[in-house]
Design a protein around this ligand. Sequence first.
Ligand code: FAD
Length: 277
Amino acid sequence: MTKPTISFEFFPPKTDEGLEKLLVVQKKLLVKSPKFFSVTYGAGGSTRERTWKTVSAVQQEGVETAPHLSCVGQSKDELVELINEYKDAGIRRIVTLRGDMPSGMGAAQSELRYADDLVKLIREVSGDHFHLEVAAYPEMHPQARSFSDDIDHFKRKIDAGANSGITQYFYSADSYAYYMNELEKRGVTAPVYPGIMPITNYANLVRFSDACGADIPRWIRKKLEELQHDDAALKAFGEEVVTRLCERLLAMGAPGLHFYTMNQSVPNLKVLDNLGL
Ligand code: FAD
């Protein structure tokens, strides 16, 4: 079996002190020889500078670092400027997204409405310079008209020129198996990396999952609810659940794992240690 590809996602810290702390976290994660780090981008370009500053700092360690870039709420000119800046700075990979509208703005104000529009724009502006990752939703994007439509939209992003996918996080390996099977039926062969969210806190996980449409299976939710005031027990349970999930995903042929690190090292390292990676 080829060695699975590991990647780690960060969000851009708000302060210089936060960035210093993140670089300490990054050093610890480097022991797992990640293929790349990625840095998220706030709705409507709200973290444009911070994302760029974080990418610049993180890539100093010599590991490829990919900014996320979303298109809604920004003009085509702004996006082209940023794409060119990234190209000139030697960035080779972008996580290419639609993003969500900043509150108070309607979709009609966006020149580019969907992620496949941004994939096309990046290809127009910079040819094959960038490896483009796009988002995939094994449990369906919450705004999709239907599950099939959403899978067709993923194919549209690949057809527009994206190279690979990273999924929203999920805790049911079967949803990934089903999704990959549906892509295969549509002739999509691009690799899709499962997004892995370690479980470390009950309230945060429930809040995030409700917001992004990720399902927490009832048995996991109930157990976490029971353990929510026992930090050590909750983390141990979360570690076991996520390790088993990753084992199953790799056994069914997932090409690697993309960790939503939440800017922490320990929960991600523990899962990878358990997997022997
Ligand atoms: P799209 O692929 O454009 O899809 C959005 C919705 O529109 C889907 O429901 C799809 O089915 C539908 N759709 C697509 N094309 C069409 C069409 N032509 N006609 C009708 N419907 C269509 N958010 C951030 O703000 N910053 C980040 O850094 C960030 N990073 C992320 C990283 C990953 C790996 C993932 C999975 C998500 C990330 N998100 C991030 C969240 C993401 O921005 C939201 O989920 C957003 O709502 C959708 O973005 P998308 O790129 O998946 O959109």
